[in-house]
Design a protein around this ligand. Structure first.
Ligand code: UTP
Length: 474
């Protein structure tokens, strides 16, 4: 540790060792483990680059609206069926994998367990992980039925976790027998942790014997796919497309075959689902072109004038909100690593309250923002796509994220809104299929994913029936 300590001191980060000489053997080992995970020069360089970017940041006038968008609602039934069939075919051949981003710290939700274990209060009490797994199971059944096959290759599921979520996530799937999916179809891998720094660039101690580490952002995905061996696993298993989503979108259509069929048919290497902005001021990142390359323009980056800019048909120029449902070709992911992009993605900063050590080395929770969390974002690879396409979907059918804790004065992206959105969608499924609901006592209605993936095949179960809520169709 002496050589390492010297190296850190030379790099201007010796403060991390402030309490080191007085630590017990175990505590020293704990700090050493953290230190060994950190490349101190890399951290200094990331910080330096972020500072430079801050100084030179200005509104970039080379942004244009992203136009390569198909709107689901405006497709003919024939078109939808065609893309769906292509997607089914690819799934049946084991060529589509699913990639889950589940390494976040869920600080706003504030749970002690991984977000995927959260129960939003459906009648079934199912966790987000269970809903997702059952949607995959159902999709496999639909594909089997479509081609009248007894078996198909299972959909491969790649789950990115981080230090805090890794073991509990695996245990949760194990304890629940993988919700009926095959254990072999899962690949869990951890993303890298990165230290938080003060605004002056000093690495923060969480306590005398711990560095304050946080996951390196969901854009850490690309590098970890390589270092964990996940990309080689995809290659070996013949996965050609990867359908990526976030753990907290309760409406996620797992491995949506239409989306994958659309991507395949367009010959694209990178695709995103988007939703129309509610209004110009909605604080979301939007699809854009910078120097003719696709990108996401963050809410903080877009100037007032551009926010309100409209096309001749009245649509906002920067209309398409990125909702973190993406798909990549295997070739694209592989190329990113071969071209060295995975280690060159930009970092973004969030100024936050970072738990830190007081003078005595005890962990405290600060009252005010005190440090930078540095993160890479999953969408920062879009500029490297050779041909990117987007599919505009209906927000009420596909996007309701769980971000905040229950009990907000005006609930937003919270357990309450997620529950309301899923029940509203399932009500629509039932009513479309000819069922009726008596909601005089409750609004809670749930359709098990094992019964219907996205509202299909419900007629025989619900037509002519009236259900008293709460009710779970299972
Ligand atoms: P968010 O940025 O909303 O973060 O993640 P979060 O961890 O869920 O919540 P807060 O900000 O701490 O309250 C969007 C998605 O990206 C994943 C999350 O797990 C979620 O699925 N993510 C985020 C990662 O996988 N790794 C990260 O480092 C950050």
């Amino acid at each position: 540790m002496d050589a390492k300590r010297l190296r850190w001191e030379q790099a201007g980060q010796g403060q991390v060792f402030k309490w080191f000489d007085k630590l017990t053997g175990d505590q020293k080992k704990q700090l050493e483990d953290d230190i060994n995970e950190i490349d101190v020069d890399q951290i200094n360089n990331i910080y330096k680059k972020l500072l430079e970017d801050k100084v030179t940041q200005k509104i970039n006038l080379t942004y244009h609206g992203f136009e390569n968008v198909k709107t689901l609602d405006s497709l003919t039934d024939e078109q939808k069926t065609r893309w769906q069939s292509i997607g089914y075919q690819l799934v049946s051949e084991g060529k589509v994998g699913v990639l889950l981003l589940a390494g976040g710290q869920a600080t706003r939700l504030g749970t002690l367990v991984p977000k995927g274990q959260y129960d939003i209060g459906l009648p079934s009490k199912k966790s987000l992980f269970q809903l997702q797994a059952e949607r995959v199971l159902k999709l496999e059944t639909l594909v089997k039925n479509h081609f009248k096959l007894a078996t198909i290759k299972p959909v491969q599921w790649y789950i990115m976790t981080s230090r805090a979520t890794h073991d509990p996530t695996i245990k949760f799937f194990e304890d629940n027998s993988y919700f009926g999916l095959k254990k072999d179809s899962f690949f869990f891998f951890q993303q890298t942790m990165i230290p938080c720094v003060t605004p002056e660039g000093k690495i923060i101690n969480e306590s005398c014997c711990k560095v304050s580490l946080s996951p390196n952002g969901n854009g850490g995905l690309y590098h970890s796919l390589v270092t964990s061996g996940a990309i080689e696993d995809m290659r070996a298993k013949g996965v050609q497309y990867v359908s990526q989503y976030c753990v907290d979108n309760v409406l996620i259509k797992m491995v949506d075959p239409l989306f994958i069929g659309f991507m395949h048919d367009s010959g694209s290497d990178c695709a995103a689902k988007v939703v129309a902005k509610i209004d110009p001021e909605e604080p979301v990142g939007v699809m854009a072109l910078e120097n003719n390359k696709p990108c996401v323009l963050e809410y903080s980056e877009i100037d007032k004038e551009s926010k309100y800019l409209r096309e001749a048909n009245g649509r906002l120029t920067f209309n398409y909100a990125h909702i973190c449902i993406n798909a990549f070709s295997f070739e694209f992911l592989d190329r990113l690593s071969k071209e060295g992009r995975t280690t060159q993605l930009p970092y973004h900063v969030a100024f936050k309250k970072i738990p830190c050590a007081d003078d005595a080395g005890q962990r405290i929770n600060p009252d005010a923002n005190n440090g930078w969390k540095m993160e890479m974002f999953v969408f920062d690879v879009f500029p490297y796509s050779k041909h990117m396409v987007c599919l505009e979907v209906d927000r009420s059918e596909e996007f309701s994220p769980l971000k905040n804790n229950a009990g907000m004065a005006v609930p937003k992206d919270s357990p309450e809104t997620c529950l309301q959105d899923i029940c509203r969608l399932h009500r629509r499924y039932i009513e479309r299929a000819g069922g009726k609901l008596d909601d005089s006592n409750s609004n809670l209605i749930e359709v098990s994913p094992l019964v219907s993936y996205a509202g299909e095949s419900l007629e025989s179960r619900v037509q002519g029936h009236q259900f008293t809520l709460p009710h779970h169709i299972e």
